[in-house]
Design a protein around this ligand. Sequence first.
Ligand code: NI
Length: 352
Amino acid sequence: MGLRFIFMLTRNDRTVDDAAKHLETALSLGVRHIGFKDIGLPVGDLKALNATIQASGATSYLEVVSLDRDSEVVSAKAAVDIGINILLGGTRVDDVLPVLKGTGIEYYPFPGRIVGHPSVLEGSVEEIAASARDLASRDGVHGLDLLAYRSPLPDIPGLIAAVCKAAGKPVIVAGSIADKDRIALVRQAGATGFTIGTAALDGEYPANGIELETQLAAIVRDVANLNGHLSPFGKKGLDTAFASFTETWSPRIAGQVNDMQIKLAKFEGDFTWHFHEREDELFLVHRGRLLMRFRDREEVVEEGEFIVVPHGVEHCPVALTETCEVVLLEPATTINTGTAEDARKVEDLATV
Ligand code: NI
């Protein structure tokens, strides 16, 4: 699974007034993880946000704001009341766990000592990692919410890596992430996800514009890129691809699907009788007519039709038209002449 981007509908530790509109924008861009706080909007509005998030198949998060015991319990109860999926933050694990028990809500408390407002994460790497280990060992704690960039320590990626190792459970890095380099560091350090709220709402993320839509699209793109989820391939037109070469009986590689290659070949006259020991072959006629001879029968394959030749079956393709353009789908190991020795054997295929 790739790094998770959690969009927080919050600014200065409050859910923003126009959260519903921003939520719509985020969902339309395919953001799958969306959070808010239990401060800033009436609970009825938060319930509506939560329902919209979950109805779209996304995961909802509520982040605990306050660090005093009473308001932390209030937040946990609000999480249950609203029906969110994941509760982020807070340090009073002994008080919160009984509230969440049996609700199915996942809980990611803060490791380390959190002080002040805005929060600062205090302590050495060893102390924070020890806290992470202790919290993560608890039943009902599913992961941790690390305020990594709120720590004055010099090596934040090192801190994240130490916490991930100590916890052995998912670690989300919250706060002060506003560019791709930092997201990359968080990912390399082994975190499961990160949150961005204010930076996107205020147009601070490096993008082509400051509107939320542009900001979120840039984050989604950068995360997909870091996760290796961007396709390097563009579409390919068969007419153009076939027009790019003239040699017959000389397949070109046009694409790859796992171990299978899509090859383009121009047939002319008779090929040679052969079979393949292991590879099945698909022949899809793009232009012209193809005759597929078998030892017991033959098939005429018209434009737009295809035929599959299983491995082990002897076959001999014949172009019935001057040339016949054929799309082949077969394993990359397939040699065009199979086990037969023929001058038209091609081993190093060019690419179109
Ligand atoms: Ni063959």
